[in-house]
Design a protein. Structure first.
Length: 76
């Protein structure tokens, strides 16, 4: 993580790029010099993006609304 350490309940989700290559999304807390912050990272070695509490709540809410949609590739 180059200076950051992931802490607490870390979620690493396997994912695919639009071209089909394997990647991952990491969501959790990182320890910074200012203390713990919420963060998300795309790719195994990308730089984390720090999310304020409201932004994390909006991300989760939007993810729930996307899950409610039926898409052609969904397995049932």
């Amino acid at each position: 993580m180059r200076g950051h350490r992931w802490r607490g309940a870390l979620l690493i989700v396997p994912a695919r790029t639009p071209a089909g290559a394997a990647t991952q999304v990491t969501l959790g807390l990182i320890d910074t010099t200012d203390g713990l912050v919420r963060a998300i990272r795309l790719g195994a070695d990308g730089t984390p993006a720090i999310l304020p509490r409201q932004a994390m709540a909006e991300l989760v809410s939007h993810a729930q609304s996307l899950l409610a949609r039926d898409l052609p590739g969904d397995l049932r």
